[in-house]
Write a protein that binds this ligand. Sequence first.
Ligand code: SF4
Ligand code: ZN
Length: 347
Amino acid sequence: MHELNVLLFSDFLFFISLYQGHALCKDCFYTTFETEVHHTIISNKLFEKGEKVAIGASGGKDSTVLAYVLKKLNEEYNYGLELILLSVDEGITGYRDDSLETVKRNEMQYELPLKIVSYEELYGWTMDAIVKQIGLKNNCTFCGVFRRQALDRGAMALKVDKIVTGHNADDIAETVIMNVLRGDIARLRRCTAIVTGTEGAIPRCKPFKYTYEKEIVMYAYFKKLDYFSTECIYSPNAYRGHARTFLKDLEKIRPSSILDIIHSGESLFVKKDVKMPVQGICKRCGYISSQPLCKACVLLEGLNKGLPRLGIGKTTKAKIEVLSSGDCGSSQHADEDKSSSAKSLEF
Ligand code: SF4
Ligand code: ZN
């Protein structure tokens, strides 16, 4: 790799390496980017030869770059992986329908098969319908819980060995900060792990754990990858937004802040006598859960009973009892109750 002292050279583009402050030409930037992702994959033993891997694909820059780079590395380094794009359709008109068109184009461009699972098919609710009922507060709580489970259910249907997601270093550092602020020890412990979900769930890997968002944006832009960059129309996710702003401010003063926070998160350990949630199985849908009902079933039950707020916040025994009992009054979606539970079981 040749380093250059010139920063800009008309048609040739040069980048300041985010790590060492060195200038790199476009091709060297690509090589550095891909080699670092390869190094992350190899040094963390993310895959084994012959594995079937689902790439969580939203059409956004992170997952598009992930699909492109993983396919490239799989061929160049002979990982021997069978790659599949897996998308979740949350049912957000004017956002997800458009971004899924991008994923469908990626399916052709990268010659990777694509499976789409939808909230409507799994839960009987689209995010459009949920927002109509609950408004724009807490909508991301429903969406996040449902997406996590939808991705797992899609992956189970595909019988994959692993799921990879495009979470980058900035995302992980934000999550560390959010979990510290919330005092969420269980999440804090696992949010920096490069592989999660090994206890009974399909393992999820984050090959971009050490990749800055800026690098991904540059890679996608200069490689002219086809990705979707519009924000979700229901995105008032203020809490993460504040964590993001805080992180950007820190980064201005100390450029290594993002990786420093990830390393701090990795170094934290939980004292032996701290009570941690015990993983079990949701008695309704069979998904892993530390409560008798998983969070998705609690949220779904609240929606179906016309009590959507009951599912928000900590899931207590009392809440589960209310949600499990049949006497909370009828609701506009009461008829969908049984069918959507059955849908959860089917998948
Ligand atoms: Fe879902 Fe919220 Fe993300 Fe929109 S911003 S896709 S509602 S989690
Ligand atoms: Zn459940």
